[in-house]
Write a protein that binds this ligand. Structure first.
Ligand SMILES: Cc1cc2nc3c(=O)[nH]c(=O)nc-3n(C[C@H](O)[C@H](O)[C@H](O)COP(=O)(O)O)c2cc1C
Length: 166
């Protein structure tokens, strides 16, 4: 995690997943998480991704579209942040209760081709916003990047313009 000051009074943190020691959840890690949750011990470094996520008031996720989804590394990070009691918790009625500060999630996907209208990616992020009780979601698609004849720079610039729209 690097901390940046973007000059507009905003504390911007960037997490490059490829540089992080991310490992998939397994039985031992899940059992440890259950034991920690039962004891209310959520201060362990294992939950640092969840704590960072819960503290952010706006989150932008950028990832390429791979095999009709996103790369597995991003899913591993999501497994690390979905800690009951830090990023969200369940109420008496079994529904998620907001724990995180985030008011807006922006997901940017690049894609070699074009996402179908009924793509599962946008539904997936809607469902995740439901889990975290994040009120605003924007999915920005830079599509058709690998199609011969397409101006990939113009496609990327258009996506950057969309990100800047508040
Ligand atoms: C492993 C892999 C899987 C891909 N799967 C898809 C796909 O399902 N649909 C699609 O439109 N493009 C697919 N692509 C193309 C990428 O989406 C595209 O090259 C990428 O978004 C370009 O952004 P980048 O330069 O940041 O990698 C795939 C590329 C790779 C390497």
């Amino acid at each position: 995690m690097q901390a940046h000051w973007n000059g507009e009074g905003t504390d911007l943190k960037i997490l490059e997943l490829l540089k992080e020691p991310l490992v998939p959840l397994d039985k031992e890690r899940l059992l440890q998480r259950d034991r920690d949750l039962a004891k209310g011990n959520l201060a362990s470094p294992s939950y640092r991704y969840a704590r960072e996520f819960a503290q952010a008031d706006e989150i932008l996720i950028g990832a390429p579209y791979w095999d009709c989804s996103f790369p597995a590394l991003l899913k591993i990070w999501l497994e690390q942040i979905c800690v009951n009691g830090i990023a969200f918790r369940y109420g008496q009625d079994g529904r998620p209760v907001k724990c995180c500060a985030c008011q807006k999630l922006i997901v940017v996907t690049t894609a070699g081709g074009y996402l179908p209208a009924n793509n599962s990616l946008e539904r997936y992020w809607e469902e995740m916003c439901g889990l975290f009780s994040i009120p605003k979601l924007r999915v920005i698609k830079a599509e058709g990047l690998d199609i011969q004849g397409n101006d990939s720079q113009a496609i990327l610039q258009r996506a950057i313009g969309e990100i800047r729209e508040r």
